[in-house]
Ligand binder design. Structure first.
Ligand code: SF4
Ligand code: MSK
Length: 655
């Protein structure tokens, strides 16, 4: 029997595999979500379990307005208010998100230092230009020193950013001056990355910070340590080590799996192992080994953000986004899913038991019961990769007959790093954001939206498409990362031809002139730092104000689930960007806290949060915000003229 949860996605490959999962009798995140309703008290941020006097639940009254008497009663055993509980929970989520991105950044830094010191054979410095630019930024001597010598100093400088006790994070200097001053004035300039995360945990411990204003201020400081710290370090150093992405063609969706080859999915977030697997998988010796087991070859595909990383740099196809990870196993043709860190469902181990798939954990920080652990050693990268590939190949003969590969796969172009956008718009020798700014000023492009984040089985999988289509139809250029980028790619929005099909006339004319899709794949979750850099470049190119908050730029995470998404949203907001989230809002249990985030933050940071679960309505909130910024910049009239011209053109065509 077909279960109710199979209607949970708009992606037909996902629906197909949910039907197969149902007939195979296996549970997935979709069926588990349907069977278990979310706790309403936790969802609104009104539950505290920060000490053993609790957990304390202080829900809003249901079905009626909160009275003063209710408010008096809504206290934990320690006397803490519902406001403090909501703000503490929110700050802890930001801290966890920041910790995850930043621990990724730390690992990259360690890897970078190992490569610079010649201790990680198989890896090398690929982007010399970016290396030298960073050296100039940090005042590190270049002279006649080798790249590796310079890299050691850069690695050490950035490694120190994590444990720095005082001062300001180095990358904050990249932000417009006005923004830096605003952060100082608000007291949210981050010092060291680890320091802000540790302080967030301390402040939210029982009996420490009990004022929601100061708790949330520290949440902002912590989030900034992510966007302008840990995430930016990860992006920059990965670019130097593995190459700064440039446009690359590939394919996406479960249809990239192959019936007659050894299928291996690389899944998670940190790309060092995946990088070397992508290389070693092409070794003729390994391919011959696969053939010796009866396969025609090795088919590597990605999942989640590790997928984005190896897509952008090697063109490795993507099997799917977050909610498709279990479904890739349901195909019955997956020999191994090789995971590193973050967004890996423990459900993989259970579901793999029902098929022949091997779940291989590879990171010392992320083990899973029921999985095979083959720890990656960066000092012996190629050996680690080879051992993992062989384990997958050895599993090929165990493949059963219960197989079905969805036919869906879609072409996409990825790899629009901040530098690439610069070159594409301005040309190789005059790389600049000037043409983007000019087209925003003349109204062909109304504004820019970053639509990022995860999938969530509490809402229709990939429903963000409605938002993205509405935005581009209204001439908003969309930049995407993470699993949202994958949703648009699956629907065919990430090819240049999509401009004529889906974009408004103004945006389409620019995309066609430059040869870009109307929806740009900018990278993985940590690469939201590229969005900060792109927005900063727009300010620096002039004509659109002198701060990030002046730009007609907005953000959204319509299907978010991860604490990392909240950290990203918070650093967008604190960088001056209006940001709307879908699914649910985790402080709804406190009107004061929610008002503070949704209204007062605008005064303080020039950017604010909003919550709107309907993707079309959310798109219109974003468009309204873009129009508000255009008006403040005095460029609203140019757009009216463009629309008038289009109308006139249509009338002419009708004659
Ligand atoms: Fe309850 Fe206060 Fe302990 Fe939280 S910190 S569990 S509200 S007593
Ligand atoms: S992988 S954080 S589900 S975007 Fe970055 Fe996707 Fe969200 Fe993980």
């Amino acid at each position: 029997m077909v279960e109710k949860e199979i209607k949970k996605s708009i992606d037909s490959a996902t629906i197909d595999m949910l039907e197969k999962a149902s007939s195979d009798g296996v549970s997935t995140a979709f069926s588990r979500a349907a069977a278990m309703k979310p706790c309403p008290i936790g969802a609104e941020g009104s539950c505290c379990s920060n000490c053993a006097m609790g957990p304390c639940r202080v829900p809003l009254p249901r079905g009626r307005e909160e009275t003063l008497e209710d408010k008096q009663k809504r206290k934990g055993v320690c006397g803490v208010t519902a406001e403090t509980i909501a703000a503490r929970n929110f700050t802890r989520m930001i801290a966890a998100g920041t910790a995850s991105h930043s621990d990724h950044g730390r690992e990259v830094t360690k890897m970078f230092l190992a490569v610079a010191k010649g201790e990680a054979p198989g890896y090398e410095i690929k982007d010399e230009q970016k290396l030298l630019q960073l050296a100039l930024d940090f005042g590190i001597k270049i002279g006649d020193r080798s790249n590796n010598e310079i890299a050691v100093d850069i690695g050490q400088t950035l490694s120190d950013e994590f444990g720095k006790q005082e001062g300001e994070l180095l990358f904050l200097k990249r932000a417009p001056l006005k923004r830096q001053e605003l952060w100082r004035k608000q007291g949210v300039t981050p010092r060291g990355i680890d320091r802000e995360v540790v302080e967030a945990m301390h402040r939210t411990h029982m009996g420490t910070d009990q004022d929601y204003h100061s708790l949330l201020r520290h949440g902002v400081r912590t989030a900034l340590a992510d966007g302008w710290g840990g995430s930016m370090i990860a992006t920059e150093l990965q670019d130097i080590l593995f190459g700064t992405p440039s446009p690359v063609a590939s394919e996406i969706n479960l249809g990239v799996l192959k019936k007659d080859e050894v299928n291996i999915i690389i899944h998670g977030h940190e790309p060092y192992l995946a990088e070397i697997i992508a290389v070693v998988a092409q070794d003729p010796e390994i391919i011959d080994y696969a053939k010796s087991k009866g396969a025609k070859g090795i088919n590597l595909a990605g999942m989640c953000c590790t997928a984005n990383e190896v897509l952008m740099r090697h063109g490795v196809p993507i099997a799917g986004n977050f909610l498709q990870q279990e479904l890739a196993i349901v195909t019955g043709v997956l020999e191994a899913v090789v995971v590193d860190v973050q967004c890996i469902m423990q459900g993989l181990a259970d579901i793999a038991n029902c098929y022949h798939t091997k779940v291989i954990t590879t990171d010392r920080r992320a083990h899973m019961q029921g999985a095979t652990h083959m720890e990656f050693d960066e000092h012996k990268g190629a050996q680690s990769a080879k051992a993992i590939l062989c384990a997958a190949i050895d599993n090929f003969p165990n493949r059963g007959t219960n197989v079905r590969i969805p036919k869906e796969k879609t072409d996409l172009i990825a790899g629009f790093s901040h530098e690439t956008i610069n070159y594409l718009l301005g040309g190789m020798f005059r790389a600049s954001y000037r043409p983007l700014n000019d087209n925003i000023i003349n109204g062909r492009i109304r504004g820019v939206a970053g639509v990022v984040g995860c999938n969530n089985p509490r809402v229709t999988h990939d429903m963000q498409l409605d938002m993205v289509k509405e935005l581009i139809k209204n001439d908003v250029l969309v930049l995407q990362t993470g699993c949202m980028a994958m949703a648009s790619a699956k629907a065919g929005l990430m090819v240049p031809e999509a401009a004529a099909k889906y974009a408004g006339a103004g945006l389409a004319s620019v995309c066609e002139a430059v040869g870009i899709p109307p929806v740009l794949h900018v990278g993985a979750c940590i690469d939201n730092s590229r969005l900060l850099m792109a927005a900063t470049a727009m300010v620096k190119d002039g004509g659109l104000g002198d701060d990030l908050s002046d730009l007609p730029v907005v953000g959204a995470a319509p299907e978010w689930m991860s604490e990392k998404a909240l950290a990203i949203g918070q650093y967008f907001v604190a960088s001056g960007v209006f940001t709307v989230f879908g699914v649910n809002w985790p402080t709804i249990g406190s009107k004061e806290v929610t008002k503070y985030l949704f209204e007062d933050f605008e005064e303080m940071y020039g950017g604010t949060w909003a919550f709107e679960p309907d993707p079309i309505k959310a798109a219109h909130l974003m468009i309204a915000q873009i129009d508000k910024k255009r008006k403040a910049l005095g460029i609203d009239k140019t757009r009216e003229r463009i629309l008038y011209d289009m109308e006139m053109r249509r009338e002419l065509e009708a004659v």
